[in-house]
Design a protein around this ligand. Sequence first.
Ligand SMILES: NC(=O)c1ccc[n+]([C@@H]2O[C@H](COP(=O)([O-])OP(=O)(O)OC[C@H]3O[C@@H](n4cnc5c(N)ncnc54)[C@H](OP(=O)(O)O)[C@@H]3O)[C@@H](O)[C@H]2O)c1
Length: 245
Amino acid sequence: MKTILIIGATSAIAQETARAYARDGDKLILVARDPARLDTLSEDLKSRGAGETHTIALDVLDTDRHGEVIEEAWSRNNGIDIALVAHGTLGDQTGGEKDYALAAREFQTNFLSVVSLLTPLANKMQEKKAGTIGVISSVAGLRGRQSNYLYGSAKGGLNTYLQGLRNRLAHHGVAVVTLLPGFVDTPMTAELPKSPLFASAKTVGRGVYKALNKRKNVVYLPWFWWGIMTIIRCIPEPVFKKLKL
Ligand SMILES: NC(=O)c1ccc[n+]([C@@H]2O[C@H](COP(=O)([O-])OP(=O)(O)OC[C@H]3O[C@@H](n4cnc5c(N)ncnc54)[C@H](OP(=O)(O)O)[C@@H]3O)[C@@H](O)[C@H]2O)c1
């Protein structure tokens, strides 16, 4: 039986990943900011076979508590086998273009809070010489676009951070998995018009579960986003800057 830590556990994608681990009978430590939704999720996962569940309420912007939260999660079962960081916000792009406070919040939630949480967690796994860290980033981090470059650049910074962390921890038996979904039909994208490119939270959540178990490096979810992003990244900048994306 493995111990799985999920931060941002009430995310639609993370809930699907948690259900897959519950079916395996694993122990789940669930961290999210809404205690009522955490309780509901915990009961649901127990009914699906989770060996044990434990919940911790946390607003990830409260970085002063990150050390104690990681310590609590780690000490409950003498370590964590797999940690998934899933929280994120698709903030107000046009608002952030006018108001730095909104832009900074986007960076704090999508990038800096992850660095703050992974600092103590990575050190513990490095010392134990075991573990897997997975973080849900986004294909939006692979090329800046006018429609969402605040979110995209926060995820882009996150991608580079995870690449460096993976390089560091590979020498200590710890895997770091960068998860790159494309469009997923979740509360985060409720306002966006849907297209055939949208995947379900279930498909992507199962993809996260498989990638973590296989200790992959970088995974596109669904896989076809690798092809789309390869083409998008090949467009020369003089052409790309004229597109309205
Ligand atoms: N949906 C997509 O198209 C898509 C595409 C690429 C990447 N992603 C990434 O996938 C991940 C999961 O998102 P999702 O699609 O599953 O959307 P979601 O269901 O809206 O999940 C987002 C989660 O982030 C949590 N969160 C936001 N700010 C927080 C804070 N300050 N403290 C604690 N928790 C906070 C939310 O908690 P509350 O429920 O309490 O607000 C929610 O559980 C995110 O990292 C997102 O950037 C999504």
